[in-house]
Design a protein around this ligand. Structure first.
Ligand SMILES: [Zn+2]
Length: 132
């Protein structure tokens, strides 16, 4: 597939969610669990230039906190059962959900950064360090 000339946000996010290069949609975005490929293996696009930083972790916590943790607090089991039972029964699945969701969200986040043309060198312009 040819690289998109105009960058659309939604397709770029979906390409990232699938773990694909946001530029061509074919090459792999990650070479390990959360390690972004320096360059796309198919189109050669520089994938390391997008500063995802803590954004994907923040979004993952936001999503799981609202969709899993907050509704979980509505169940009486959480408040009535012994802590020694509640902690492993809730925290272990939440930890696996977090680890499963994080690469998806990081991919979507990089897709968003690609569509908005936010690069690592642009991010440095917006920090207080740039004024020093
Ligand atoms: Zn590519």
């Amino acid at each position: 597939m040819a690289a998109m000339s105009k960058r659309h946000v939604v397709p770029a996010i979906f390409r990232g969610l699938k773990g694909k290069c946001p530029d061509c949609g074919e090459g792999r975005l990650f070479w390990r669990y959360l390690k972004v490929q320096p360059n796309c293996e198919l189109c050669g696009h520089d994938l390391a230039q997008y500063p995802a930083d803590d954004g994907p972790a923040y979004v993952t916590i936001l999503v799981l906190g609202h969709l899993v943790v907050a509704p979980l607090l509505l169940f009486p089991f959480i408040w009535e059962a012994p802590v020694g039972l509640v902690l492993p029964v809730t925290l272990i699945p939440i930890a696996f959900m977090t680890l499963g969701l994080l690469p998806l969200i990081k991919g979507g986040f990089i897709g968003l950064l690609w569509a908005l043309k936010v690069r690592r060198e642009d991010a440095a312009l917006h920090t207080a360090d740039a004024l020093d």
